[in-house]
Ligand binder design. Structure first.
Ligand SMILES: C[S@@+](CC[C@H](N)C(=O)[O-])C[C@H]1O[C@@H](n2cnc3c(N)ncnc32)[C@H](O)[C@@H]1O
Length: 250
Protein backbone atom coordinates (compact mmCIF):
# COMPACT_ATOMS: atom_id res chain seq x y z
CA UNK A 1 0.00 0.00 0.00
CA UNK A 2 1.32 3.45 -0.92
CA UNK A 3 1.49 6.39 1.45
CA UNK A 4 -0.16 9.61 0.37
CA UNK A 5 1.13 11.70 3.22
CA UNK A 6 4.47 11.21 4.90
CA UNK A 7 4.77 14.35 6.99
CA UNK A 8 4.03 14.00 10.68
CA UNK A 9 2.62 16.87 12.74
CA UNK A 10 5.10 16.91 15.61
CA UNK A 11 2.65 18.49 18.05
CA UNK A 12 0.13 15.72 17.34
CA UNK A 13 2.83 13.05 17.77
CA UNK A 14 3.72 14.65 21.09
CA UNK A 15 0.09 14.88 22.24
CA UNK A 16 -0.85 11.26 21.43
CA UNK A 17 2.54 10.20 22.80
CA UNK A 18 1.62 11.88 26.11
CA UNK A 19 -1.62 9.86 26.27
CA UNK A 20 0.44 6.67 25.88
CA UNK A 21 2.87 7.89 28.58
CA UNK A 22 -0.08 8.35 30.96
CA UNK A 23 -1.53 4.94 30.00
CA UNK A 24 1.85 3.26 30.65
CA UNK A 25 2.27 4.99 34.01
CA UNK A 26 -1.30 4.57 35.25
CA UNK A 27 -2.12 1.09 33.96
CA UNK A 28 1.21 -0.78 33.93
CA UNK A 29 4.15 -1.33 36.20
CA UNK A 30 6.68 0.55 34.06
CA UNK A 31 9.74 -0.79 35.87
CA UNK A 32 8.83 -4.19 34.44
CA UNK A 33 8.80 -2.99 30.82
CA UNK A 34 12.09 -4.07 29.28
CA UNK A 35 10.89 -5.32 25.89
CA UNK A 36 8.31 -3.76 23.61
CA UNK A 37 6.82 -4.72 20.27
CA UNK A 38 5.15 -2.04 18.18
CA UNK A 39 2.96 -2.90 15.22
CA UNK A 40 2.64 -0.66 12.16
CA UNK A 41 3.99 2.79 13.15
CA UNK A 42 3.99 4.12 9.59
CA UNK A 43 6.07 7.31 9.30
CA UNK A 44 5.09 8.27 12.85
CA UNK A 45 6.84 8.29 16.24
CA UNK A 46 4.24 8.80 19.00
CA UNK A 47 5.27 5.60 20.73
CA UNK A 48 8.95 6.55 20.68
CA UNK A 49 8.04 9.83 22.42
CA UNK A 50 6.03 7.93 25.07
CA UNK A 51 8.86 5.45 25.69
CA UNK A 52 11.33 8.31 25.98
CA UNK A 53 9.08 9.82 28.68
CA UNK A 54 9.28 6.64 30.75
CA UNK A 55 13.08 6.48 30.19
CA UNK A 56 12.83 3.20 28.33
CA UNK A 57 16.23 1.63 27.68
CA UNK A 58 15.33 -1.95 26.67
CA UNK A 59 14.64 -3.65 23.33
CA UNK A 60 11.96 -2.35 20.99
CA UNK A 61 10.91 -4.50 18.03
CA UNK A 62 9.00 -2.56 15.38
CA UNK A 63 6.96 -4.45 12.78
CA UNK A 64 5.91 -2.79 9.53
CA UNK A 65 5.46 -4.37 6.12
CA UNK A 66 6.62 -1.20 4.36
CA UNK A 67 10.39 -1.21 3.77
CA UNK A 68 10.67 2.60 3.64
CA UNK A 69 8.84 2.86 6.96
CA UNK A 70 11.31 0.41 8.52
CA UNK A 71 14.31 2.45 7.34
CA UNK A 72 12.71 5.65 8.63
CA UNK A 73 11.82 4.10 12.00
CA UNK A 74 15.28 2.63 12.57
CA UNK A 75 16.82 6.08 12.20
CA UNK A 76 14.09 8.12 13.93
CA UNK A 77 13.59 5.81 16.93
CA UNK A 78 17.35 5.42 17.47
CA UNK A 79 17.60 9.21 17.73
CA UNK A 80 14.61 9.59 20.08
CA UNK A 81 15.60 6.56 22.18
CA UNK A 82 19.43 6.50 22.21
CA UNK A 83 19.47 4.23 25.28
CA UNK A 84 17.20 1.60 23.70
CA UNK A 85 17.95 -1.04 21.09
CA UNK A 86 15.73 -0.64 18.03
CA UNK A 87 15.08 -3.73 15.91
CA UNK A 88 12.93 -3.28 12.81
CA UNK A 89 11.07 -6.23 11.34
CA UNK A 90 10.09 -5.64 7.75
CA UNK A 91 7.31 -8.22 7.66
CA UNK A 92 3.56 -8.36 7.87
CA UNK A 93 2.12 -8.81 11.36
CA UNK A 94 1.12 -12.33 10.35
CA UNK A 95 4.72 -13.26 9.38
CA UNK A 96 6.57 -11.41 12.12
CA UNK A 97 6.31 -14.03 14.89
CA UNK A 98 9.37 -16.02 13.87
CA UNK A 99 11.56 -12.90 14.21
CA UNK A 100 10.51 -12.16 17.79
CA UNK A 101 11.45 -13.52 21.21
CA UNK A 102 8.91 -15.78 22.92
CA UNK A 103 8.27 -13.26 25.69
CA UNK A 104 7.59 -9.53 25.39
CA UNK A 105 6.52 -7.14 28.14
CA UNK A 106 4.42 -4.71 26.11
CA UNK A 107 2.54 -4.85 22.78
CA UNK A 108 1.61 -1.44 21.43
CA UNK A 109 -0.04 -0.23 18.26
CA UNK A 110 -1.51 3.15 17.44
CA UNK A 111 -4.33 3.47 14.94
CA UNK A 112 -3.31 0.49 12.85
CA UNK A 113 -6.46 -1.67 12.57
CA UNK A 114 -7.98 0.48 9.83
CA UNK A 115 -4.75 0.32 7.81
CA UNK A 116 -4.49 -3.42 8.27
CA UNK A 117 -8.04 -3.84 6.97
CA UNK A 118 -7.84 -1.50 4.01
CA UNK A 119 -4.39 -2.68 2.90
CA UNK A 120 -5.82 -6.21 2.68
CA UNK A 121 -8.65 -4.84 0.54
CA UNK A 122 -6.13 -3.04 -1.68
CA UNK A 123 -4.27 -6.32 -2.14
CA UNK A 124 -7.57 -8.08 -2.91
CA UNK A 125 -8.60 -5.48 -5.51
CA UNK A 126 -5.00 -5.15 -6.81
CA UNK A 127 -5.38 -1.41 -6.26
CA UNK A 128 -2.23 0.67 -5.89
CA UNK A 129 -3.63 3.56 -3.88
CA UNK A 130 -2.09 6.90 -4.73
CA UNK A 131 -4.30 9.58 -3.20
CA UNK A 132 -6.48 10.29 -0.23
CA UNK A 133 -9.47 10.18 -2.54
CA UNK A 134 -8.61 6.59 -3.64
CA UNK A 135 -8.45 5.73 0.03
CA UNK A 136 -11.93 7.14 0.76
CA UNK A 137 -13.36 5.43 -2.36
CA UNK A 138 -11.84 2.12 -1.25
CA UNK A 139 -13.55 2.33 2.16
CA UNK A 140 -16.87 3.19 0.54
CA UNK A 141 -16.50 0.31 -1.89
CA UNK A 142 -15.52 -2.13 0.88
CA UNK A 143 -18.57 -1.04 2.92
CA UNK A 144 -20.78 -2.31 0.09
CA UNK A 145 -19.27 -5.80 0.45
CA UNK A 146 -20.03 -7.17 3.94
CA UNK A 147 -18.92 -10.64 2.91
CA UNK A 148 -15.46 -9.35 2.01
CA UNK A 149 -15.03 -7.05 4.99
CA UNK A 150 -16.23 -9.71 7.43
CA UNK A 151 -13.68 -12.08 5.92
CA UNK A 152 -10.90 -9.46 6.24
CA UNK A 153 -11.89 -8.62 9.84
CA UNK A 154 -11.82 -12.30 10.75
CA UNK A 155 -8.33 -12.60 9.22
CA UNK A 156 -6.99 -9.60 11.17
CA UNK A 157 -8.59 -10.86 14.40
CA UNK A 158 -7.12 -14.33 13.87
CA UNK A 159 -3.67 -12.82 13.40
CA UNK A 160 -3.99 -11.21 16.87
CA UNK A 161 -5.09 -14.51 18.40
CA UNK A 162 -2.15 -16.31 16.79
CA UNK A 163 0.31 -13.62 17.87
CA UNK A 164 -0.92 -13.60 21.49
CA UNK A 165 -0.87 -17.41 21.58
CA UNK A 166 2.66 -17.74 20.21
CA UNK A 167 4.24 -14.87 22.13
CA UNK A 168 3.75 -14.38 25.83
CA UNK A 169 2.75 -10.71 26.10
CA UNK A 170 2.15 -9.06 29.45
CA UNK A 171 0.65 -5.66 28.64
CA UNK A 172 -1.27 -4.36 25.63
CA UNK A 173 -1.97 -0.74 24.61
CA UNK A 174 -3.87 -0.10 21.37
CA UNK A 175 -5.67 3.12 20.43
CA UNK A 176 -8.13 3.28 17.56
CA UNK A 177 -9.67 6.76 17.58
CA UNK A 178 -11.58 8.10 14.61
CA UNK A 179 -9.49 9.37 11.72
CA UNK A 180 -9.73 12.96 10.59
CA UNK A 181 -11.38 11.80 7.34
CA UNK A 182 -14.40 11.09 9.53
CA UNK A 183 -14.29 14.58 11.03
CA UNK A 184 -13.88 16.09 7.57
CA UNK A 185 -17.12 14.26 6.62
CA UNK A 186 -15.33 12.33 3.86
CA UNK A 187 -16.56 8.90 4.98
CA UNK A 188 -17.85 7.17 8.07
CA UNK A 189 -17.22 3.70 6.68
CA UNK A 190 -13.74 3.56 8.26
CA UNK A 191 -15.38 3.79 11.67
CA UNK A 192 -18.19 1.37 10.84
CA UNK A 193 -15.93 -1.43 9.61
CA UNK A 194 -12.91 -0.90 11.88
CA UNK A 195 -15.10 -0.82 14.99
CA UNK A 196 -16.17 -4.44 14.40
CA UNK A 197 -12.56 -5.57 14.31
CA UNK A 198 -11.64 -3.39 17.30
CA UNK A 199 -14.39 -4.93 19.48
CA UNK A 200 -13.14 -8.44 18.67
CA UNK A 201 -9.53 -7.60 19.56
CA UNK A 202 -10.71 -5.82 22.74
CA UNK A 203 -12.23 -9.09 23.88
CA UNK A 204 -8.71 -10.62 24.04
CA UNK A 205 -7.58 -8.17 26.75
CA UNK A 206 -8.53 -7.78 30.44
CA UNK A 207 -9.05 -4.08 31.12
CA UNK A 208 -9.29 -1.86 34.17
CA UNK A 209 -11.57 0.83 32.75
CA UNK A 210 -11.18 3.20 35.71
CA UNK A 211 -7.41 3.31 35.30
CA UNK A 212 -7.76 3.97 31.56
CA UNK A 213 -10.17 6.85 32.21
CA UNK A 214 -7.83 8.29 34.81
CA UNK A 215 -4.88 8.12 32.40
CA UNK A 216 -6.84 9.90 29.66
CA UNK A 217 -8.08 12.68 31.92
CA UNK A 218 -5.27 14.95 30.77
CA UNK A 219 -5.30 18.47 29.30
CA UNK A 220 -1.77 19.52 28.38
CA UNK A 221 -2.97 22.47 26.28
CA UNK A 222 -5.08 24.16 28.94
CA UNK A 223 -7.80 26.28 27.37
CA UNK A 224 -6.47 25.93 23.81
CA UNK A 225 -9.70 25.41 21.86
CA UNK A 226 -8.18 22.97 19.37
CA UNK A 227 -7.72 20.51 22.19
CA UNK A 228 -11.05 20.87 23.90
CA UNK A 229 -13.33 19.98 20.99
CA UNK A 230 -15.27 16.77 20.42
CA UNK A 231 -12.39 15.48 18.28
CA UNK A 232 -10.38 14.98 21.42
CA UNK A 233 -12.60 14.54 24.43
CA UNK A 234 -14.96 12.06 22.77
CA UNK A 235 -12.30 10.59 20.52
CA UNK A 236 -8.59 10.37 21.43
CA UNK A 237 -9.33 10.78 25.16
CA UNK A 238 -12.31 8.44 25.17
CA UNK A 239 -11.50 5.18 26.98
CA UNK A 240 -13.87 3.35 24.59
CA UNK A 241 -11.33 3.90 21.82
CA UNK A 242 -8.50 2.21 23.71
CA UNK A 243 -7.62 -1.40 24.43
CA UNK A 244 -5.39 -1.40 27.50
CA UNK A 245 -4.61 -4.18 29.94
CA UNK A 246 -3.24 -7.69 30.17
CA UNK A 247 -3.78 -10.43 27.60
CA UNK A 248 -6.50 -12.83 28.77
CA UNK A 249 -5.11 -16.28 29.41
CA UNK A 250 -7.31 -18.74 27.48
C1 LIG B 1 -0.76 5.02 8.78
S1 LIG B 1 0.25 3.84 9.61
C2 LIG B 1 -0.67 3.56 11.07
C3 LIG B 1 -0.86 4.80 11.91
C4 LIG B 1 0.34 5.20 12.71
N1 LIG B 1 0.75 4.12 13.61
C5 LIG B 1 0.06 6.44 13.53
O1 LIG B 1 0.34 6.48 14.72
O2 LIG B 1 -0.44 7.43 12.96
C6 LIG B 1 -0.07 2.36 8.72
C7 LIG B 1 1.09 1.39 8.64
O3 LIG B 1 0.55 0.07 8.77
C8 LIG B 1 1.37 -0.80 8.05
N2 LIG B 1 0.62 -2.06 7.89
C9 LIG B 1 -0.62 -2.24 7.40
N3 LIG B 1 -0.98 -3.53 7.48
C10 LIG B 1 0.07 -4.20 8.04
C11 LIG B 1 0.30 -5.56 8.38
N4 LIG B 1 -0.62 -6.51 8.17
N5 LIG B 1 1.49 -5.89 8.94
C12 LIG B 1 2.44 -4.93 9.15
N6 LIG B 1 2.27 -3.63 8.84
C13 LIG B 1 1.10 -3.26 8.30
C14 LIG B 1 1.63 -0.03 6.77
O4 LIG B 1 2.78 -0.49 6.10
C15 LIG B 1 1.79 1.39 7.31
O5 LIG B 1 3.13 1.72 7.49
Amino acid sequence: MQFFENLADDEWEWYIGKLYTNIFMECFSINNINSVVELAPGFRYKIAYALKDIKFCGMIYVIDENKNVCEYIKDKYSKILPMATVVVINESFENSIKHLPKQIDLFVSNHSLDDMIISKYFTYTKNNQTSQNDFVLAWDSLAKNPKIYNHIIKGVYNSFIKFFNKISIKYVAIAQYESNLYFKNKTNNIKKITQKCFEKVKYLVDEDKNKIKLALNYYPFGEDKRYLGKELLSNTQNAKNWIVGEVKRQ
